[in-house]
Design a protein around this ligand. Structure first.
Ligand SMILES: [Zn+2]
Length: 359
């Protein structure tokens, strides 16, 4: 029995695209660029000027579609230039990258990822989340290995709407908390141990650099803090996701998020925004009060939600609906102790009491 550990490599910074030639030169010259419509517009000039400094030749540039669907995959696979390319550049957010990864896998092409927002684990993961044409989730597609290299131009990330980095940080702060909590007391396999340890220290870095990084996305001017935070989101958190078993990847913070999605309010709130409140809930239940209070104070400074009211949850009935779903989620399966509904209810009450006391 052998064990493979597939870790994607990455380059993050204002000159990230200038490293292209170094990583692509063993794969040939003909490139098919595929991406999201907005992402291609946002990155094209910088990507093209980096390509111009190499021997690479762009033989086609295509919009992937609008969703990660099999019909988009099949349409792209049938395009002659895509079939003839030596490699594929996947540009954009999660759904674009997920679609293009499946195209590259099916055509046996190496692919490189160029995430244009920071809240994307698709750029380095070896799995794609696919949807039906009616936008219902259909399932997961697995790659043999992650991207050959991931390039994050922080100028492009800084120019993207601020909310993506904001919510990306909200999701990012869950990984260290949830993976450590789930792994507590477990005898970890090699990959799980690497993954759980890789993300340790991430939240200290986010608390230290997050505000300044967010500033970069408000002004459109990249700074070192943005590079640091993107490294935590894509370089640490996303790699942990690649390394650890699914059971260790998430816990109560994500179970809370899935519970919340049953409410119509969910449409107006980003994934990471909701998850970040769930992190406070988990820390409250686990009685990590000092740490929770520090994290909560940071979240308040950047306006991440720290109360149910921030998530527009105002009635007991809504809380019941959230918990009805949350308590059934597999995210809770691997925990250091059994998580009961009354424990979660108590933690919610305590956390809400805290917000009212400080309001
Ligand atoms: Zn998440």
């Amino acid at each position: 029995m052998s064990l493979s550990v597939n870790l994607p490599s990455l380059t993050v910074g204002v000159d990230a695209y200038d490293e292209l030639g170094k990583y692509t030169r063993d794969y040939g010259n003909k490139v098919a660029i595929i991406g999201g419509e907005t992402a291609l517009k946002a990155s094209h000039e910088r990507l093209q000027s980096a390509i111009d400094k190499t021997t690479l030749e762009v033989i086609t540039m295509l919009v992937y579609g609008k969703d990660a669907t099999y019909s988009n995959v099949e349409r792209l696979k049938a395009i002659k230039e895509v079939q003839e390319a030596d490699m594929i550049f996947a540009v954009g957010g999660g759904r674009a990258l997920d679609t293009i990864k499946v195209v590259a896998r099916d055509l046996n092409k190496p692919y490189f990822t160029f995430p244009t927002i920071a809240s994307v684990s698709a750029a380095t993961s070896a799995v794609s989340v696919m949807y039906h044409d009616n936008h219902e989730m259909s399932g997961l597609e697995f790659m043999n290995a992650p991207t050959s290299h991931c390039f994050v131009d922080t100028k492009v990330v800084a120019e993207a709407p601020s909310k993506y980095l904001w919510a990306g940080m909200g999701d990012c702060i869950s990984k260290e908390v949830e993976s450590s909590f789930s792994a507590r007391g477990q005898n970890l396999s090699f990959s799980n141990r690497l993954g759980v340890n890789m993300v340790k220290g991430t939240n200290e870095k986010i608390m230290e650099r997050g505000t300044q990084a967010l500033e970069a996305t408000k002004t459109g001017v990249p700074n070192h803090a943005l590079t640091d935070v993107v490294l935590e989101i894509i370089g640490a958190t996303a790699l942990t996701t690649v390394l650890v078993d699914n059971d260790l990847n998430s816990n109560l913070a994500h179970a809370f998020y899935y519970g919340y999605t049953v409410l119509p309010q969910a449409a107006a709130h980003l994934h990471g925004e909701v998850v970040s409140y769930g992190v406070l809930l988990l820390l409250t239940m686990d009685e990590q009060f000092e740490y929770r209070d520090r994290l909560k104070a940071f979240m308040e400074t950047i306006d991440l939600p720290t109360s149910l009211a921030d998530l527009e949850v105002t009635t007991d009935d809504e809380v019941t609906q959230i918990l009805d779903k949350a308590m059934t989620m597999g995210d809770l399966n691997i925990s250091p102790y059994e998580i009961t509904r009354s424990m979660v209810e108590q933690a919610l009450t305590d956390l809400e009491g805290l917000s009212q006391a400080t309001a």
